[in-house]
Design a binder for this molecule. Structure first.
Ligand code: ADP
Ligand code: MG
Ligand code: MG
Length: 252
């Protein structure tokens, strides 16, 4: 079943009008894992930000359907409630809000939308502590304010903690491997794999083969100058890993 259908998507930086996305086509079905690779500045992060409705960008053309609904008309919050999750390349701090309260709030917003009763703070404890443990995080992380003073690795794990608490039909993971040591990467990949079902899908952006070895993509896309210029299976990633992006230039 189709989950995300992007056709001819163009988008600009709102403030300057600079064109970044120049006709992106991308189709993701339920249960698929997609990876996007590409040189720095090719528009990978912008694509994911546009998908979640980041206010710095303006969609100037094309269509985005998520579960058959027009995503472009939806507010970022509505997109999230519809089952779209994004981990940011640089997660933001939320001063004055504890991680615990933030996660519970996010989960209850989703439960309300699904017609389920809200979880109380005590009931939530067993749910969340299990996931904290699975991600090999310090339980104390729950009492700290969201991302405040977190190390790079803690922020990344915390993003995946959010994902595993709230769940998502499509998770957009932007360079979750950047700044993670090998052990941390394995924990994060294990958590992401644990979330994959025949209905749930992942779109991950990465420069590194080691992430793709841990989370196996069904499709690998190459982005260049604001477009997806090539799509293949995981062998495409191996190819780039060995010969660099220039090695596929003849295909483009
Ligand atoms: P990637 O994630 O592939 O490295 P990005 O999507 O972050 O690339 O950026 C693509 C290009 O768009 C870059 O040249 C970047 O400088 C530019 N860009 C992205 N967002 C903005 C912004 N808010 N303001 C100005 N330029 C931007
Ligand atoms: Mg980049
Ligand atoms: Mg980026």
């Amino acid at each position: 079943k189709l989950l995300l259908e992007v056709h001819g998507l163009t988008a600009s930086v709102k403030e300057t009008g600079q064109k970044i996305l120049k006709g992106v086509d991308l189709t993701i079905r339920e249960g698929e894992v997609h990876a996007i690779m590409g040189k720095n500045g090719s528009g990978k992060s912008t694509l994911t930000k546009v998908l979640v409705g980041h206010p710095h960008y303006e969609v100037t053309g094309g269509t985005i359907l998520f579960k058959g609904e027009n995503l472009i008309d939806m507010e970022p919050e509505e997109r999230s409630l519809a089952g779209l999750f994004m981990s940011f390349q640089a997660p933001i701090e939320i001063p004055g809000v504890s991680n615990y309260d933030f996660l519970l709030m996010a989960l209850n917003a989703r439960r309300e939308k699904d017609g389920l009763p809200a979880l109380g703070p005590l009931e939530f404890y067993s749910v969340v502590s299990q996931k904290v443990e699975a991600l090999k995080m310090e339980p104390k992380i729950l009492d700290r304010n969201v991302n405040e003073g977190f190390s790079g690795g803690e922020r990344k794990r915390n993003e995946i903690l959010q994902l595993s608490v709230v769940g998502a039909d499509l998770a957009l993971l932007d360079e979750i491997d950047s700044g993670l040591d090998v052990d941390a990467l394995e924990d994060v990949a294990h958590a992401v794999n644990g979330l994959l079902t025949p209905q749930n899908s992942v779109l991950m952006i990465t420069h590194y083969q080691r992430l793709l070895d841990l989370i196996k993509p069904s499709y690998v896309h190459i982005m260049e100058s604001g477009k997806i210029v090539k799509t293949g299976d995981s062998s495409l990633a191996n190819h780039i890993n060995e010969g660099g992006f220039k090695s596929i230039a003849s295909f483009v």
